[in-house]
Design a protein around this ligand. Structure first.
Ligand SMILES: [Zn+2]
Ligand SMILES: [Zn+2]
Ligand SMILES: [Zn+2]
Length: 370
């Protein structure tokens, strides 16, 4: 496993050198624990040490009390929701809301299971900055391993990023870009110090054949970027001639999420439920979670088991799992059947927000009222 990763990283390294001429590999010291660290991004991830705790088992909760409360809405509430929906559409007429008669209402509540895994991952890369008498400490002590560097972790489930200069990896090198000169050819004029006069486009005269006042007929003007010198301060070392070269470890905290919505037969598409919240029945937050067990809807328990295995396989190899959170929500869905002008129609009211979906609404254009 370890050997394979190294080969892969070495392959990337060769590729990187072929793509950009600078900086050369000779610029970087070998730092134990950071072999294969690249310059300029694309550094390999650093596999975390194995967790010391391994938790096995299942969590058994009595869900029967939680799930027995089935929320329903009144006809008035269903009508208010439809009215709000219709008034949010600029062209819909309220005729069906005012005159329509609700014939039946059916409840199709469903469950949403969500698993969130809060991870920390670390990558390393060689970085540099202009040398301005910073501390130079390479070799003073062995560098701490990438996972030994202390960080200030954010609150769980709040994504964040932090860059850390690895102690005992900083050394001073001549700037590879300007070869230690502190200046380089001006890119605006390719080092010439002057360029084509823009008002006369290099002809030396204007449209009426008079001499160009701007360049006095020379056809060229001084380059403003380098003030005619042909060279500029080196952007890499900002003219300091030397660079502080060090390993940067980039720490990223990320919340990985997966949602599962149990099947329901109302006819409302599951995608519609993404925008609403439900009533929270259960939430469990721990370092490593057990799958929920004993939930009345078997598909929810299966989703919990599956997501936990998937998250373990996906994230535990490349990052460190700091915390997991699983939530079960009950999402209310009411199917409302109503009659208007002798025809029957359907709409749905769903979520804590009383969102409405009314695909067959019969008055979607103002003129259809007549
Ligand atoms: Zn000119
Ligand atoms: Zn120039
Ligand atoms: Zn330079």
């Amino acid at each position: 496993m370890q050997g394979q990763e190294k080969t892969e990283i070495t392959g990337l390294f060769v590729f990187h050198l072929a793509m950009s001429a600078a900086p050369p590999a000779s610029m970087f010291d070998t730092v134990p624990g950071y072999e294969g660290t690249l310059a300029g991004g694309g550094g390999g991830y650093l596999p975390p040490p194995m967790p010391t705790q391994l938790i096995l088992g299942q969590r058994c909760i009595d869900f029967s009390l939680l799930c027995n409360r089935i929320p329903t809405i009144s006809e008035d509430r269903a009508r208010v929701a439809l009215r709000a929906y219709v008034s949010s559409k600029c062209c819909y007429s309220s005729g069906p809301v005012d005159e329509g008669v609700i014939t039946s209402m059916e409840t199709f509540n469903t469950y949403r299971y969500r698993l969130e895994t809060f991870t920390e991952s670390r990558t390393s890369e060689w970085s540099n900055e202009p040398y301005t008498a910073q501390t130079v400490d390479a070799g003073v002590q062995p560098a701490p391993g990438p996972w030994q560097i202390a960080t200030k972790p954010p609150t769980f489930f709040q994504d964040q990023k932090q860059d850390i200069k690895v102690p005992y990896t900083s050394s001073v090198k001549n700037c590879h870009k300007c070869l230690g000169m502190g200046r380089g050819p001006c890119t605006a004029c390719a080092g010439a110090g002057n360029k084509e006069c823009s008002p006369c486009r290099g002809t030396g005269h204007n449209q009426t054949d008079d001499r160009c006042i701007h360049c006095s007929g020379r056809g060229r003007e001084n380059c403003s970027s380098c003030k005619g010198q042909g060279n500029c301060e080196c952007a890499t070392c900002r003219g300091k001639r030397q660079l502080l070269v060090f390993i940067n470890v980039s720490v990223k905290w990320t919340t990985e999420k997966d949602n599962f919505v149990a099947q329901q037969s109302s006819g409302l598409k599951i995608e519609n439920l993404e925008s609403v919240t439900g009533k929270q029945l259960f939430q469990d937050t721990q370092y490593m979670l057990y799958p929920v067990f004993g939930f009345p809807d078997v598909s929810v328990a299966q989703a919990s088991d599956r997501f936990l295995k998937e998250h373990q396989a996906k994230y535990a190899q490349t990052s460190r799992v700091l915390q997991q959170r699983q939530t079960i929500e009950l999402i209310p869905i009411t199917k409302v059947n109503y009659m208007w002008k002798g025809k029957s129609y359907v709409y749905f009211v769903y979520g804590n927000e009383f969102e409405v979906n009314a695909e067959d609404y019969p008055a979607t254009c103002c003129c259809s009222v007549m």
